[in-house]
Every structure is written in structure tokens, then in C-alpha cells.
Design a protein around this ligand. Structure first.
Ligand code: FAD
Ligand code: DLZ
Ligand code: SF4
Length: 516
């Protein structure tokens, strides 16, 4: 009796739960390159290459281990183009009597899976994804009934549960969080070692040719493709990160430098999200480096917090808040996405550099995503769904479960603060402090109003004034309204007029960049 085990493109883990306990003689693994997944948004070309190449490598590894793998390629003639269509065909082909699959990472595909058993007329066992450290149910229990869903509280529970960086029952070093030590701006002395890249092998080159021919008009460049596409490569990238960049990771976590795209970041999100790296193992390796005195505590703690704290929390929030999160728009933002998010053509040097890195690498680091790209969209009142589509398209690590809470809730405050207690809104001053962007910029970061003023400055006040009714009730931000009210009336008028001029000059992006 054959069991069919579909493995999706972000389930590339050799210990995946759906294979656990299966008899190789009676199991067929199904992997599917399907048109629906490659086009539900018009993904960055590097993202498609990464996923298809990693899938092909993973299938070969499973075969080498003795599994029977039925691999459907994108250009196979009979390919129906959808997960459901391909599972149906495979069930018939192999006369399968049951399907075993790990739950999907995202709502859209999870809904599809729910319909499989009825459509196929055989049992479909949907297993929890145990690659996350906190199950959906555990998160639900943690979140339900709490008035405030603070990440910091969740993170402390996760530290205790995983026993990472613990000294008995107390946090290592007597503190849970060393974030205050992790706010250095760019430093002339910092000299980040290069991130290891993996030049495309034959399999990847074939996928690159496929993507160029089928998706040539999608956003992004393929020239600098260098992502790990196997677990072996991902482990090599992890080793290098821990040895060379983790020691400074904490200190420069929030810094931005023009033209220096990776700094001390790990660039491991693509590998973790695909399943090439196990998040707990990654954290244990960082802890070991600390215990061996190879990295300072602020670096190890900061890095581990991103993974067992933020990553797990974001995933929990996604399932806790869906399906409503996709429609959330607490600030009633309606403006279309500006064209420069796709073209990079803007005189704002910070935004131009972040879009360039996004186009060249299918990557930008956290503070670029949050405090430059996200912050501008927040201040300018861009329609959340257009911003969400952009983020889902452009990053190689973007899947809805992780992109949507980060964009809608963290960057745009569209959930009215269920995730972030106050909006991450900032004027040019913050960007100037944390980067070297402003010096040569055509705009003057010290100027508050007028044509040459940094656009973030008047937009900041415009945002606060526009949303006063809602934000004035927020204890963490309401004091700024005192500053506004004390300001000279002409100054206030100047601010609002300058912001209106910036907004009037935004050119909306043409339709069709993100979705057909
Ligand atoms: P590092 O800075 O080295 O951090 C280490 C790891 O921590 C990352 O690899 C990642 O696994 C995890 N991590 C850190 N912050 C977060 C977070 N907020 N949410 C989830 N995981 C986190 N991350 C994605 O994986 N996919 C996305 O689509 C995505 N979209 C984002 C959109 C916005 C607006 C913002 C503000 C953040 C987004 N992030 C997303 C989170 C974060 O920016 C990326 O995980 C990070 O930049 C990846 O680069 P890195 O591996 O070098 O991370
Ligand atoms: C993102 C993506 C793309 C571009 N292509 C495929 C594919 O052809 N086959 C596949 O199995 N998965 C793909 N994926 C990832 C899926 O969209 C992912 O499994 C879902 O988003 C569930 O998280
Ligand atoms: Fe960005 Fe303003 Fe600085 Fe220019 S001056 S780089 S627009 S923050």
C-alpha cells in the first residue's frame, strides 16, 4: 500500500515529520514545481531560482538516501500548475491509498490542503510542523486572554523552554536582553568580512536559464545569485557567520552603510525558512561560541533573540491573527505604492540604496526593511496591501507567514498595535544616526521644512497629525503631541505644507509589478 508524501518548497528538511516512521518501500515522495506557486505574486527572480534549485538538490539527496521521489518539473507537459492538481495526478499514478503531509506555512496553501481528503477520496494526514519551536496551539495558549502580546515576555518563556543562555533558572549574565548595547551606528573602524557566496552549480544554472526564459520580466537581478541551495552549503554559511561575523553582530545590528549590503548580519533567513537549517541547532551553535568565549554575550543573546524570540513570535502571531491580518488597515492608509520602490529612482539616498540592494540581492537587512522602506510607507500612508505585496515579491526569504506580520503589524501598525506597542515612525534624524546615508544626499537631514528638507522630517509630523485621534491615546507616543502643540503656528503650517508637497510628488507605481 503506497503512501504519498508531498514535500513543499519550504519543507526541505531531511528530518521532516511527514517522512518520520515511513517505510521507504511503500512511500513515494512528491515534489512539485507548479505555476501557481511561482506566480501567485511575481516573485523576485532570485527567489524562484533559490526555491526551485534547492528543491531539485533536495530531491537528489532523498533519492541518494534510497527514497522514491516523483519530481514534477515546471515545464513537464502534463503539469497542471497547482499543488492540488499535482497531488491528484500523483495519487492516481502511484495508486496511493493515503497522503501524509506537513502543514503548510501559510494560510492560502493550508486552505487548499484542507480540501484534499474530500477531493481525493483517501485519508490525508496533515502533521504539525515541528521545525518551529513553539507550536500554533502553544502560541494560542500563551496569547489568548492576554491584553498585551509582548514579544519580550514570549521570548523569556522561550529561553526557559529551550534552556538557551540560561544560568540555572536565571538568564545568563543576569539580564534577558542586551539590546541597549546593540545600537551602535556605523563606525569607521568596522570592517565586515565578506559573506560567503555559493556560485551556481549545474543544477542552479539550469534553473537560472528556466527563470530567465519564463520569468524574465519579474523584478530583480540574477547576476549576484549566491544563496546556499543545500543543507551542506547552509551549514558552511553558518560556520563562517559564527566564526567571523557573529562577534560584532550585536553591536552593529541596527547600523546601515551605503553600498555595504550585509554588514554583520547572518544572511541565514533563506536557509532557515527553506528548512536547510534547523533554527534550534543554529541557536545552540551561537550559544556554544559564547560558552567557548569566542563571541560576547550581547552578540549571542541578540542573535538567539531574533530566532527563538522574533521568528517564533512572528509565526505565532500570523496564525493567531489570520485571516484578518491581510485586510488590516487601522490607520486607513490609502495612497498607492510609489514607483521608486520598484525602480529605485529617487533622490532619497537611503531609499535608493535599500531598493538597489533589494534588486541586486533579493535581500535587505532588518533595519533597512523596518526603518527606511517600512518607515517611509508608514509615514506616507501607503495602502498596506500594496506594501505587503511588494515585500512578499522582493525578498528571497519572504513567505506570507513571516512577511505579513512583519509588514502589516510591525512596520505599518495596521493591526492597531497588537504586535508593536507604538508605530516605528521616525524622522530623518534616526536614519542619520544609524547610517552614513545622509551626508551626500540631495536632501538636508537637518532641514525640517522646504524643498531641500529631508522628506522624512515633514512626513513624520504629517503622519502624527493625520493619526492624532488614534495615537493620542497611546501612552508610549502621546507626549509628542505636546511638542506639536507648543510649536509656532507658522512652523506647523510649514511642516504640513512641506509634507503635502512630498506626497503630491510621489509617482504611483504602474500596476502589474506584484501581481498579474
Ligand atoms: P539576521 O539579522 O542575521 O537575524 C538572524 C535571524 O533572525 C534571521 O535569519 C531570521 O531567521 C530571524 N529574524 C530576525 N528578525 C526577524 C523577524 N522580525 N521576523 C522573523 N525572523 C526574524 N524575515 C523573513 O525571514 N522573511 C520576510 O519576508 C521578512 N520580511 C520582513 C519585512 C519587514 C518590514 C521587516 C521589518 C522584517 C522582515 N523580516 C523578514 C525579518 C528580518 O528583516 C529578516 O529575517 C532578516 O533581515 C534576514 O536577514 P538575516 O538572515 O541576515 O538576519
Ligand atoms: C514560493 C514557492 C515558489 C516560487 N515555487 C514553489 C514551487 O514551485 N513548488 C513548491 O512546492 N513550493 C514553491 N514555493 C513555496 C510555496 O509557495 C510554499 O511551500 C508555500 O508558500 C507554503 O509556505
Ligand atoms: Fe534619507 Fe533624508 Fe538622509 Fe536623504 S537626508 S538619506 S532622504 S534620511
Amino acid at each position: 500500500m503506497t503512501t504519498l508524501v508531498p514535500i513543499l518548497g519550504d519543507q526541505l528538511t531531511r528530518t521532516i515529520a511527514s517522512l518520520d516512521g515511513c517505510d521507504k518501500a511503500f512511500t513515494v515522495v512528491l515534489m512539485m514545481e507548479v505555476w501557481d506557486e511561482t506566480t501567485y505574486v511575481r516573485h523576485h527572480k532570485q527567489k524562484i531560482v533559490l526555491i526551485l534549485s534547492a528543491m531539485r538538490h533536495f530531491a537528489a539527496e532523498l533519492e541518494a538516501q534510497g527514497w522514491t521521489v516523483d519530481y514534477v518539473r515546471l515545464d513537464d507537459k502534463a503539469n497542471t500548475g497547482s499543488f492540488t492538481g499535482e497531488v491528484e495526478r500523483a495519487v492516481k499514478r502511484h495508486k496511493a491509498k493515503a497522503v501524509r503531509v506537513v502543514e503548510s506555512g501559510e494560510w492560502r496553501v493550508a486552505e487548499m490542503m484542507e480540501g484534499w481528503s474530500e477531493a481525493l477520496g483517501i485519508p490525508v494526514d496533515i502533521l504539525p510542523d515541528d521545525r518551529f519551536l513553539c507550536s500554533k496551539e502553544e502560541f494560542y495558549v500563551w496569547a489568548q486572554g492576554r491584553e498585551r502580546l509582548l514579544m519580550e515576555n514570549f521570548y523569556r518563556d522561550m529561553r526557559v523552554r529551550t534552556d538557551l543562555l540560561m544560568d540555572g533558572k536565571k538568564p545568563e549574565g543576569g539580564q534577558w536582553n542586551f539590546d541597549k548595547e546593540n545600537r551602535a551606528g556605523p563606525d569607521m573602524l568596522m570592517d565586515p568580512p565578506p559573506t560567503p557566496g555559493f556560485p551556481p552549480d549545474k543544477v542552479t544554472r539550469e534553473v537560472i536559464a528556466l527563470v530567465e526564459s519564463r520569468f524574465g520580466n519579474h523584478f530583480g537581478s540574477l547576476e549576484r545569485f549566491r544563496w546556499p541551495v543545500t543543507a551542506k552549503q547552509a551549514n558552511k554559511a553558518l560556520d563562517k557567520f559564527i566564526a567571523e561575523r557573529l562577534p560584532e553582530f550585536g553591536t552593529y545590528q541596527d547600523a546601515m552603510v551605503h553600498g555595504q549590503d550585509d554588514l554583520f548580519h547572518s544572511l541565514l533567513s533563506t536557509s532557515i525558512n527553506l528548512g536547510l537549517l534547523d533554527p534550534l541547532e543554529v541557536c545552540r551553535r551561537a550559544e556554544k561560541a559564547y560558552r567557548e568565549r569566542k563571541v560576547p554575550l550581547n552578540a549571542a543573546e541578540g542573535f538567539i533573540r531574533q530566532i527563538i524570540g522574533w521568528r517564533e513570535y512572528i509565526r505565532g502571531m500570523y496564525w493567531f491573527e489570520m485571516p484578518g491580518l491581510r485586510e488590516a488597515n487601522a490607520l486607513k492608509a490609502q495612497r498607492p505604492l510609489p514607483d521608486f520602490y520598484w525602480t529605485g529612482e529617487t533622490d532619497m539616498r537611503c531609499l535608493a540604496d535599500c531598493v538597489r540592494s533589494t534588486r541586486d540581492n533579493a535581500h535587505a537587512h532588518h533595519i533597512q526593511r523596518l526603518m527606511v522602506l517600512g518607515n517611509f510607507a508608514l509615514l506616507a500612508g501607503i495602502l498596506p496591501q500594496e506594501v505587503e505585496d511588494w515585500f512578499l515579491v522582493v525578498y528571497a526569504d519572504a513567505y506570507e507567514w513571516v512577511e505579513l506580520p512583519n509588514v502589516a503589524a510591525m512596520a505599518l501598525w495596521a493591526d492597531k498595535g497588537r504586535l508593536a506597542s507604538k508605530p516605528y515612525a521616525a524622522s530623518g534624524n534616526y536614519i542619520n544616526k544609524m547610517s552614513d546615508y545622509c551626508g551626500p544626499c540631495r536632501y538636508d537631514v537637518r532641514k525640517k521644512t522646504g524643498e531641500d528638507a529631508c522628506p522624512f522630517n515633514p512626513l513624520y509630523w504629517h503622519f502624527l497629525v493625520r493619526n492624532r485621534k488614534l495615537l493620542e491615546k497611546n501612552m508610549r507616543i502621546n507626549r509628542v503631541y505636546g511638542t506639536w502643540d507648543r510649536m509656532d503656528a507658522d512652523k506647523r503650517k510649514d511642516y504640513l505644507a512641506s509634507a503635502e508637497a512630498v506626497l503630491d510628488n510621489l509617482v504611483p507605481a504602474r500596476k502589474g509589478w506584484a501581481r498579474d
